[in-house]
Design a protein around this ligand. Structure first.
Ligand code: COA
Length: 112
């Protein structure tokens, strides 16, 4: 898709995503992001549309056997355009690239 790029999230991006999570009515702890990044630097991916961050996912690797996915959010103005599923696939690829049999957990929104 023209203008859409996926990258490792910067520290500023990750802080922004915590705000997105709050906008969804979620309650991320203030230091969760630091713990995730300590155990797996680069655990957050960001999707940018024409340079603007619009989609996020966290895909944290714990050793070779386990991973945890979260912060799967597309900003409301870009939903339903295929950006979310692209980032999801990039996140799952990150989790399975080095360990195809990795188990992956997540917190789910019931409606999703
Ligand atoms: C969930 C969310 C990130 C999807 O992002 P999006 O950009 O709107 O999704 P896309 O446009 O890429 O979706 C394309 C299609 O793939 C589906 N899809 C998206 N992510 C998916 C996934 N992880 N697994 C299976 N299907 C998925 C969509 O339902 C859609 O299907 P449809 O065409 O039959 O309607 C977005 O709706 C969102 O931010 N919702 C609010 C936050 C939330 O609930 N996050 C999930 C927590 S579990």
């Amino acid at each position: 898709m023209a203008g859409f790029e996926i990258a490792t999230a910067s520290a500023d991006d990750v802080a922004r995503v915590m705000g997105w999570a709050k906008d969804e009515g979620w309650n991320p702890a203030n230091t969760d992001r630091l713990a995730f990044q300590a155990v797996d630097p680069g655990a957050f991916l960001i999707g940018r549309l024409d340079g603007e961050p619009v989609v996020s996912i966290s895909v944290t690797r714990y050793g070779a056997g386990f991973g945890f996915l979260g912060c799967y959010i597309a900003r409301p103005q870009v939903r339903g355009k295929g950006f979310g599923i692209q980032l999801w696939r990039a996140g799952m690829a990150r989790l399975t690239a080095d360990s195809p049999g990795r188990n992956v957990g997540l917190d789910g929104v019931v409606a999703a």
